[in-house]
Design a protein around this ligand. Structure first.
Ligand SMILES: NC(=O)C1=CN([C@@H]2O[C@H](COP(=O)(O)OP(=O)(O)OC[C@H]3O[C@@H](n4cnc5c(N)ncnc54)[C@H](O)[C@@H]3O)[C@@H](O)[C@H]2O)C=CC1
Ligand SMILES: O=C(O)[C@@H]1CCC=N1
Length: 268
């Protein structure tokens, strides 16, 4: 099986690195294409992939084409792909907001898988949601899931609405966690801890809480009640967050990302 990744940025390169280790590739090396000369030079130096600067040299012979450019670069890319794309190609999009119908119409093809990955894929802890056009067979979809799973775990969703929704939860979600971390780091610095100690306190608190959560059936709310004593320090913090409506604000933020994904789909 021959894979081509278009766009060697955060997502494309992360996926390329993970998928290149798959046994389904056999002895073939993964192909990667980008338009940025600096990226190309770095990739060639690493000598890890077959690196291309022209679609005509890599697209016709690929079986599955992963697209990981920014949504606003997709229209130009699609135009450039048209001379070399054919009906047997399966296009797997990692782009936020760009609809299956738009990809089918722009490229004149039928087999399209739309996904929503996330950045922890870099450390093999990604979660990808995916859905496919009806022309992608079950066997083809199984192979694609195999490749997605090389970056962590995947969930199949029935409709594109859930791709846009998962953009608001898992796609953009790591940034919400980092936002929370940044706020805690700034509080620790204000309290007088050094940068090093602040980082140790915050990162271990997050890591430890995640580990507790993943090793048990207890809900986050259940864990909160294990930390908080009646009339104690944690309750003071939780009351302050409740008084400030933080839970609602976080939900509003997730919906803002969801809505933006839907909007991007209308623009593309
Ligand atoms: N960064 C993230 O956490 C997530 C990103 N995504 C999606 O992944 C896609 C890529 O995002 P990033 O990797 O963060 O962007 P990035 O900016 O890091 O990478 C994009 C790459 O595409 C290349 N490129 C631009 N136009 C091109 C063209 N016409 N042909 C070939 N290559 C071209 C650029 O040179 C760059 O290397 C986006 O559509 C985004 O919605 C989805 C979920 C999470
Ligand atoms: O911010 C974005 O548009 C992309 C999609 C999800 C995460 N990053």
């Amino acid at each position: 099986m021959k894979l081509l990744v278009i766009g060697a940025g955060n997502m494309g390169l992360t996926y390329a690195e993970s998928m290149s280790k798959s046994t389904l590739l056999g002895s073939k090396r993964l192909k990667i294409y980008d338009t940025d000369p600096n990226k190309i030079a770095a990739l060639k130096k690493e000598n890890h992939f077959e690196v291309y600067t022209d679609l005509k040299d890599c697209l016709p012979s690929a079986d599955i084409v992963f697209i990981a450019v920014k949504p606003y670069h997709s229209a130009t890319l699609f135009e450039n792909m048209i001379p070399y794309i054919h009906q047997e190609h399966i296009v797997v999009s990692l782009m936020a907001g760009v609809n299956i119908q738009t990809i089918q119409d722009s490229l004149g093809i039928k087999k399209v898988v739309r996904t929503m990955p996330n950045l922890p894929a870099k450390v093999g802890k990604g979660v990808t949601s995916y859905t496919a056009s009806k022309e992608v067979s079950k066997v083809e979809l199984m192979s694609i899931r195999h490749f997605l799973d090389t970056t962590g775990t995947s969930i199949h969703v029935q409709t594109e609405k859930f791709i846009d929704a998962s953009t608001g939860i898992s796609g953009s979600g790591p940034a919400y966690v980092f936002y929370f971390m940044q706020s805690m780091l700034e509080a620790a610095l204000k309290m007088g801890f050094s940068e090093y100690d602040s980082k140790v306190l915050v990162s271990n608190t997050f890591e430890g809480a995640i580990e507790l959560f993943s090793q048990s059936d207890l809900s986050p709310e259940g864990w909160i009640s294990r930390v908080a004593s009646k009339g104690g320090t944690t309750q003071a913090a939780i009351d302050s967050m409740d008084d400030n409506n933080v839970k609602q604000l976080i939900q509003d933020a997730a919906y803002a990302a969801f809505d933006r994904a839907v909007e991007l789909g209308k623009d593309s």
